[in-house]
Design a protein around this ligand. Structure first.
Ligand code: URP
Ligand code: ZN
Ligand code: ZN
Length: 462
């Protein structure tokens, strides 16, 4: 039995904010009180610091095979980078290769993650080929593998996209078994048309990536999947929402009492489309789908967080090194889509969100941790600091300042989309299941420490 006492910190959850000591035995929080005097194997003085629940990033792609290459972070390097920045749990997308079973997809993802991830992890199952065989696999994926969320792509025509009929039938199946559909909403046919048009006109630079995926393309698909889910009575979570037009579809759905869960990602809150219009190939660093939008969309996203229209801020962490991005030097449609971010989500959300006065401390905890835990069946094991919960805790120093640079980050990628950003507040110590995982920038645990998290079926009460 190992024990850890954290003294003098200020606990912040999605609802509370108070000074308390926290006692941890083995992996769980066992006591919280104003003062705890029990002896412990180790005591941490958290005076002047906040204690936040470990961050959950519900949208990552570790070593994803994609567009002719692989995302550069492995489960080992990516989850360790996450721990450096306060993220203790990820939910990664296990993506079916068309023609293969869901079972083999899940096995495949386990073989990449098991014994390698340093942080805790769960999987969403992305269905890219829904047929009679796939349909039969759904109950086992939910009940045996503990995966309640099923991703569909409405874009990436030809390799990931499925049609509306398949998506609707999948939804009907999920309703029977306690699943939730999570969707990448972009109109794949519209994108396909615009990509071909630009290429035929000799327009090959990174800016045409953005121009081939306008907001209407995302809004149309968002509206369509919202309607399909409403008709199927299926819980829906739209991933990486970027713009005002898509948010309007979510808002409209509430008028008929439909609950749509929505996620945005850090980069859509902090960066804008002007980055595509830089000289040369620089814009390739932020080639991702959907693309970055306008400052007015950033404002709409921050507002949507405060209006509870958006429940989670993830990263869509899908890093590619510059030489991988160069696969598309002569053709923007060949630039691998995706960007790094897992390491900086929690700190930047604090700095740009709380410190800049855009969101409250409680909201910060909700969107970086609690909201995702509730939607995806991890709560209250994850997503809060409470007796009985896993002791995943960030000791966060709000006074510490630092500057982001690829020279010192821990993600396995040779650039940062936040290069030079000055950050107010720092994760001093990250604790995962009662063990100090990272302390003052030093990793204290190693490859394989992370545990797979089977999840409960979707709970509509949340
Ligand atoms: O550009 C992105 N987002 N890459 C990762 C795959 C996806 O669409 O989520
Ligand atoms: Zn996507
Ligand atoms: Zn993604």
């Amino acid at each position: 039995m190992s024990s850890l006492l954290i003294r003098n910190g200020t606990i912040v959850t999605a609802t509370d904010h108070y000074r308390a000591d926290v006692y941890i035995k083995d992996e769980k929080v066992t006591a919280i009180a104003e003062t705890l005097d029990e002896g412990a194997d180790r005591t941490i003085d958290a005076g002047g610091c906040y204690l936040f629940p470990g961050g959950i990033d519900a949208h990552t792609h570790m070593e994803l095979p994609f567009m002719g290459t692989f995302a550069s972070d492995t489960f080992h390097t990516g989850t360790l980078a996450g721990l450096h920045g306060g993220t203790t749990t990820i939910v990664d997308f296990a993506i079916q290769t068309q023609g293969e079973s869901l079972e083999s997809t899940i096995q495949d993802w386990h073989s990449k993650a098991d014994g390698h991830a340093v942080g805790d992890y769960a999987f969403h199952c992305a269905v890219t080929d829904f047929n009679e065989e796939t349909r039969k696999e759904i109950p086992r994926i939910i009940n045996h593998h503990g995966i309640n969320s099923f991703k569909t792509f409405m874009a990436y025509k030809g390799f990931l996209m499925i049609d509306d009929r398949q998506m609707f039938e999948l939804m009907k199946e999920l309703v029977k078994h306690g699943g939730i559909i999570t969707t990448h909403a972009e109109n794949g046919d519209m994108v396909d048309y615009l990509v071909q048009k630009f290429l035929a006109e000799g327009k090959t630079g990174p800016r045409y990536h953005a121009l081939s995926r306008p907001p209407i393309c995302e809004a149309e698909a968002s509206g369509r999947v919202i309607d399909l889910a409403h008709q199927a009575q299926c819980p829906l979570y739209i991933v990486h929402m970027t713009c005002e037009e898509s948010l309007a579809r979510v808002r409209t759905a509430t008028l008929r009492n439909q609950k749509v869960h929505a996620e945005t990602c850090l980069q859509y809150l902090l960066l804008d489309e002007s980055l595509y219009f830089q000289d040369g190939f620089e814009g390739a660093k932020v080639v991702m789908s959907p693309p970055l939008r306008k400052p007015k969309d950033q404002e709409a996203l921050w507002a949507a967080i405060n209006q509870n229209l958006i429940q989670h801020v993830a990263t869509d962490h899908c890093p590619f090194c510059l030489n991988q991005k160069e696969m598309g030097i002569d053709d923007f449609s060949k630039i691998p889509n995706g960007a790094p971010g897992i390491e900086h989500r929690v700190e930047l959300m604090y700095s740009e969100g709380v410190h800049q006065g855009r969101i409250s401390l409680n909201k910060f905890v909700d969107i970086t941790s609690t909201g995702a835990a509730k939607i995806f069946g991890l709560f209250p094991r994850k997503g809060t600091i409470a007796v009985g919960s896993d002791a995943d805790i960030i000791v966060f120093d709000p006074e510490a300042e630092h500057t982001i640079t690829a020279d010192t980050h821990h993600m396995k990628v040779d650039y940062s989309i936040y290069e030079g950003w000055e950050v107010q507040g720092k994760c001093r110590t990250t604790i995962l299941r009662g063990t100090v995982a990272v302390d003052e920038g030093i990793a204290c645990i190693g490859e394989g420490f992370g545990k797979y998290l089977p999840r409960k079926p979707f709970n509509p009460r949340y």
